[in-house]
Design a protein around this ligand. Structure first.
Ligand code: NAD
Ligand code: LMR
Length: 340
């Protein structure tokens, strides 16, 4: 039998999910904790040694999820909050993760979720701006290309927007790129870290395989390269189709969300060189009207420490970026217009 301490340390350190340096800990809220992503994400956050307290909120089911997750034998406290307890759920939190909102069904684009999810995200962001104005906000709800500008504009109206503290979680694209490249090259995902830039939907997802040791020889290789890029850009559709009306990626997304949250927490704790792609307010393509963009971002005690330039691109990647920018611009403008 697996000893409890061994299990705990294996959960904390054997996967690529969590690593930790210093022990300062943080109160984290999950808004949408009763959902397909929210439940496994709450579980994974309960096993993160950098989380001291978890506040689980949903319009339905969060107290039950909290009671369940609270039995896991890690030191963090867990509390669940009902629909009318949003302010209490946000009290004193330093990090807020938002997976609230409806997922896609086959045949839908992420933008088709806008009508439902835009107001959910706006209202949650507004509560964060009021109750926990210095919190870091991690946006998972789709369409991320629009919901992040919605959060930023909502906070701006309240005078509470700090561009260093609002993040669109694009980690699932990075996780997929790593896994899919490993399958093509017969290597391990750990050897296949792929920077993925742009946004989080179809053509706005731009993997930079030329910047990886194992992927660079594939760039321009014709069918293999084209299929790999397509799989990274449309991996979400694979899951939506396979779930056949029951939703979109939840488990891999929970993994990706917990992984990004851990990276942020390590940065907040002063760990150096925590660098990962995330969709933030960015100067990189502002001159082309794209003022939110995902690129490699260094995370530090204040959140965003440094936005890295995209680096050298292969001609094929220049083309992907050309296709990305106009679509991303439209998505961002739609989000801003909703709040204005
Ligand atoms: P789900 O329907 O299983 O869960 C959503 C949860 O949100 C439900 O429990 C619902 O009660 C809750 N909710 C609705 N309105 C709320 C509100 N106002 N306040 C608090 N909670 C509220 O959906 P899911 O599969 O967990 O997906 C959630 C969202 O995440 C979707 O928009 C989906 O498209 C998106 N998503 C994003 C990524 C990404 O990479 N960023 C990946 C997968 C899914
Ligand atoms: C994903 O990439 O899996 C998510 O954005 C969910 C979706 O709608 O595909």
């Amino acid at each position: 039998m697996f000893a409890r301490s061994a299990l705990r340390s294996s959960l904390a350190s054997s996967s690529r999910l969590f690593s930790t340096s210093t022990p300062r800990q943080t109160k984290v809220a999950v808004l949408g904790a009763g959902g397909g992503i929210g439940q496994p994400l709450s579980l994974l956050l309960k096993t993160d040694p950098l989380v001291s307290s978890l506040s689980l909120y949903d319009i339905r089911g969060a107290p039950g999820v909290a009671a369940d997750v609270s039995h896991v034998d890690t030191p963090s406290e867990v509390k669940g909050y009902a629909a009318d307890q949003l302010d209490q759920a946000l009290d004193g939190v330093q990090v807020v993760v938002i997976p609230a909102g409806v997922p896609r069904k086959p045949g839908m684009t992420r933008d088709d979720l806008f009508n439902t999810n835009a107001s959910i995200v706006r209202d949650l962001a507004s509560a964060v701006g009021r109750v926990a104005p210095t919190a870091h906000i991690l946006v998972i709800s789709n369409p991320v290309n629009s919901t992040v500008p919605i959060v930023a504009s909502t906070l701006s109206k309240l005078g509470a927007f700090d561009p260093n503290r609002v993040f669109g979680v694009t980690t699932l694209d990075v996780v997929r790129a790593s896994r899919f490249l490993s399958l093509v090259t017969g290597s391990t995902p750990a050897e296949c870290d792929v920077p993925v830039i742009g946004g989080h939907s179809g053509a706005t997802i731009v993997p930079l395989l030329s910047q990886t040791n194992l992927g660079k020889s594939l760039v321009g290789s014709g069918e293999t390269y084209g299929q790999l890029v397509h799989r990274i850009q449309f991996g979400g559709d694979e899951v939506v189709k396979a779930k056949d009306g029951a939703g979109s990626a939840t488990l891999s997304m929970a993994y990706a969300g917990a992984k990004f949250a851990n990276a942020l927490l390590r940065g907040l704790n002063g760990e150096k060189d925590v660098v990962t792609p995330t969709f933030v307010k960015s100067p990189l393509y502002e001159s082309q009207g794209v003022d939110f963009f995902s690129s490699l971002v260094e995370l530090g005690p204040k959140g965003v420490e440094k936005i890295h330039p995209v680096g050298p691109l292969a001609p094929e990647e220049e083309k992907l970026l050309e296709a990305c920018l106009p679509e991303l611009k439209k998505n961002i403008e739609k989000g801003k217009a909703f709040v204005a």
